[in-house]
Design a protein around this ligand. Structure first.
Ligand code: ZN
Length: 162
């Protein structure tokens, strides 16, 4: 089985993971509804922990560790509760949990680096960042970054001046 990455869903890191097997059936009472579509049985599950907090949640994943369903993402669980929840979906899966070797420190460093990358690519003119509202693109040269909004604004100004 391919091991899960450190982070599947930022800012949580993976503490334990499990594979569902042929004997595990998705409980009918626990049908997973994603945008009105029912999701069938998933091959992988991961329990993630929020960095800096004792909050856990359960992720239903495909074999590539992409999220198929994030159950109770907004309701923090304890580790025990996350496992009970998984067990309520797939009876018997409780025995399959494997602890990752990832540490909270590793997760912190990783997330800080990601944050640095995002902050580094700030628009040099208005300070907008990649994921800010209305920002589709930030174009970089060797000395500066510029966002799509500023390009439009500068173009308008240039046209007005002519
Ligand atoms: Zn800008």
């Amino acid at each position: 089985m391919k091991k899960p990455p450190l982070i599947i869903l930022d800012p949580h890191y993976v503490v334990e993971y499990a594979k569902t097997n042929k004997r595990h059936r998705l409980s009918k009472k626990r049908k997973l509804n994603v945008n009105g579509k029912y999701v069938g049985k998933v091959p992988r599950m991961a329990i993630c922990k929020k960095v800096g907090k004792d909050e856990f949640f359960l992720l239903h994943c495909n074999k590539k560790w992409e999220v198929v369903y994030a159950f109770d993402y907004f309701d923090a669980l304890s580790l025990v509760e996350a496992k009970l929840l998984a067990e309520s979906h797939y009876a018997g899966v409780d025995k399959n949990w494997i602890k990752t070797r990832y540490t909270e420190k590793q997760a912190k460093i990783y997330l800080r680096k990601q944050q640095e990358i995002i902050e580094k690519t700030k628009c040099s003119f208005c300070g907008s960042m990649q994921f800010d509202e209305g920002i589709q693109q930030i174009i970089c040269s060797d000395i500066a970054f510029i966002c799509n909004k500023c390009i439009v604004d500068f173009n308008q100004e240039l046209n007005e001046e002519v």
